[in-house]
Design a protein. Structure first.
Length: 164
């Protein structure tokens, strides 16, 4: 493993975070880093100290052992680890969105109950639409997204939708 490979892995781990933000985070942890330091480390022109690597992993959210492994892994392994990290983050967002979905459904139920308690007239069409939403689950959206992905975007399918 050379400094250039570690630098490429650092850049991959940094993702959309700017070099300046990473430098600021490192300074907040007591390191004398600037945007130029991040640039030099990513180009492999400045080797990382173990304490710096540990702080970087903490900042970039990889966990000590897993994150250090991403920093020193060969390029192909580092890419796989980065993609696994992206899937983990997407999974977490999906879980959070499911929670938000259930909260919104609870809001629909409360609004319907409130309307019933106050004898407020709600059109039958609106009530039916509300009940339709109460009958859905986040898994329904995942199934729909999976069907669209498999049909239109799945790179494992040669030619995608153009084959039909």
């Amino acid at each position: 493993m050379d400094d250039q490979s570690i630098g490429r892995n650092l850049q991959r781990l940094r993702g959309a975070m700017s070099q300046q933000v990473l430098a600021d985070e490192m300074r907040a942890r007591g390191f004398k880093w600037s945007q130029a330091t991040v640039w030099a480390a990513e180009k492999g022109e400045r080797p990382l100290r173990v304490t710096e690597a540990s702080a970087l992993v903490d900042i970039l959210g990889g966990g000590y052992v897993y994150g250090l492994g991403q920093l020193v892994a060969p390029d192909t392994e580092a890419e796989l680890l980065a993609q696994m990290r992206a899937v983990k983050a997407a999974y977490k967002r999906l879980s959070e969105q499911a929670h938000e979905f259930f909260e919104a459904q609870a809001g629909i139920e409360a609004a319907l109950d409130d309307a019933d308690r106050h004898d407020d007239a709600i059109s039958s069409r609106l009530r039916d639409d509300a009940k339709d939403w109460l009958g859905k689950e986040p898994a329904d959206a995942v199934r729909e997204a999976t069907e669209v992905w498999r049909r239109d975007f799945d790179p494992r399918r040669a030619g995608g939708a153009s084959e039909s």
